[in-house]
Design a protein around this ligand. Structure first.
Ligand code: V55
Ligand code: FE
Length: 487
């Protein structure tokens, strides 16, 4: 008999205990009034390990991808969750145990899976050209059926996607319908190769450019504007020798500079400009836009490493003070040879997981949403969590915050416009709330206009939903027609 118990570590304890539940729940209980014009599906994706880790311990980022969906129609909500049947998931299910080892380090795997695609599809889920794509940045996208959540398998755009990797943060331009995307470590782990693609609304790859990063690093998120794409490289470094020694795949290196790469949207590789900027940590970006010769990119920025599980390469201790992250605007002026980099904090709240009204993606936005950590309110002991959600209004330079409540935490929000022609940020915010002590989950629906007054409805679940990472709202007009009420 093999030992099939999950280790007793915080990553797998309490509310974060592996759930491994795939479910269909028809007509969830709703408290309050759901707006009848909410018509569409909220998809979310996060790690939920199928088996105890091969190496006895693991990072949260390494769990198998579980996609869940809340389908809103006529004031009702139906729920479904399914594991993404990645190659890894199927190989391990057949073996009834973990075969893949540490996060992003193939040198720690069981020899029986050498050369197999390691992706967990656990980070984001997006809909483009009729396909639901479950994403992990070390692998190609996995296509799924948008209603049944059946997995079709890795999708390579008719063989044209030759990068080994594909970001978990592709951007959809709402004006052109294009999906802009990239892969880093595109020629294998710890390579500096960066493959950039523009995929038309018809699902055809219509532009491609291969770049070389200043050094191999985790390039988690990026920015697309009307005319440019921007690659912000921060020193979450990777190194092949380190991988071969079976060490942690990414480490913070504060002796390296930050570089911001700017390429015209349809640019050739030789047109890229790399601007050297002060040391910062940035993982997630809200949006960006270009105005004249200037490019503005808004993201969550900290002075130092935000990920304690990626230790300092020089052995320096994690500094929680430098890990306070705020929504920050970086501006590059393309008319200046050095880019004339400038930086401005947009709101005082500390947090992460920024989300925009997607209709404004790639163009000038005046609003943003994010999770935050309200220091005036109690955190839940021993957890890295977000106890509040914020709406940042850049037009009035004000931030509204709603506190999750005692013993409660929030997950990444998603914005839904009130109608197709509603103004920016005029609509609803959907936010998963973990009722930690009760081990219960609910999806709160806020009207953005009355965020601080609390939710207008709460969709209750009879099961606990572990923390997802990212999610998307897909309007019912865009999704294929439903054939059966529950299928
Ligand atoms: C992130 C999450 C990931 C990952 C790399 O927020 C970066 C960042 C859930 O996995 O693999
Ligand atoms: Fe992310």
């Amino acid at each position: 008999m093999s030992n099939n118990r999950f280790p007793d570590i915080p990553t797998f304890r309490g509310f974060s205990a592996p759930s491994r539940v795939e479910s269909d729940i028809f007509d969830l209980e709703v408290e309050g009034e759901l707006p009848v014009n909410l018509n569409g599906t909220f998809y979310r994706c996060g790690p939920d390990p199928q088996f105890p880790p091969l190496l006895g311990t693991d990072l949260r980022f390494n769990g198998d991808g579980m996609v869940s969906m809340f389908r809103f129609r006529d004031g009702h909500v139906d729920f479904r969750s399914r594991y993404v049947r990645t190659d890894k998931f199927l190989l391990e299910r057949a073996a009834r145990r973990a075969l893949f080892g540490a996060y992003r380090n193939p040198y720690t795997d069981d020899l029986s899976v050498a050369g197999k695609i390691r992706g967990t599809a656990n980070t984001h889920v997006m809909f483009h050209d009729g396909k639901l794509l479950a994403l992990k940045e070390d692998s190609p996208p996995v296509a799924m059926h948008p209603h049944t959540l059946e997995t079709f398998g890795y999708y390579d755009y008719g063989g044209k996607l030759t990068s080994e990797t594909f970001t978990a943060h592709p951007k959809i331009d709402p004006h052109s319908g294009e999906m802009l995307t990239f892969g880093y470590a595109a020629k294998g782990v710890a390579t500096p190769d960066l493959a950039y693609y523009v995929i038309g609304s018809d699902g055809q790859i219509k532009h491609e450019a291969w770049l070389t990063m200043p050094y191999p690093a985790m390039l988690h998120d990026w920015v697309v504007t009307e005319d440019y794409v921007v690659f912000p490289v921060v020193p979450i470094t990777s190194d092949l020798e380190r991988l071969k020694r079976k060490e942690v795949a990414f480490m913070w290196d504060d002796t390296k500079d930050v570089f911001i790469g700017v390429l015209p949207r349809y640019g050739k590789p030789e047109e890229v400009r790399w601007f050297r900027t002060p040391l910062r940590f940035a993982a997630h970006f809200l949006n960006g836009f270009n105005e004249g010769t200037k490019i503005h990119i808004d993201g969550i920025v900290a002075e130092g490493n935000l990920f304690p599980f990626f230790p300092d390469v020089h052995g320096k201790p994690f500094d929680p003070k430098k890990a306070l992250a705020r929504l920050t605007r970086w501006t590059i002026d393309l008319s200046a040879p050095d880019g004339a980099f400038s930086e401005r904090i947009l709101s005082d709240v500390v947090g992460e997981m920024p989300k925009i009204d997607e209709r404004y993606a790639t163009r000038k936005h005046l609003h943003g949403f994010m999770l935050c950590q309200d220091p005036e309110r109690p955190y839940i002991e021993g957890k890295f969590g977000f106890n509040a959600v914020a709406h940042i209004n850049l037009e009035t330079d004000s931030t509204s915050v709603y506190y999750a409540g005692e013993d409660c935490l929030f997950q990444e929000p998603v914005f839904v416009p009130r109608s197709t022609d509603a103004g920016e940020a005029d609509g609803y915010l959907l936010v998963m709330r973990n009722r930690v002590n009760e081990m219960a989950s609910e999806l709160l629906v806020f009207d953005v206009a009355t965020l601080t007054a609390g939710p207008i409805a709460s969709v209750r679940l009879p099961i606990r939903l572990r923390d997802a990472i990212h999610g998307s709202w897909v309007s019912g007009d865009v999704l294929p027609a439903l054939e059966l009420p529950d299928n």
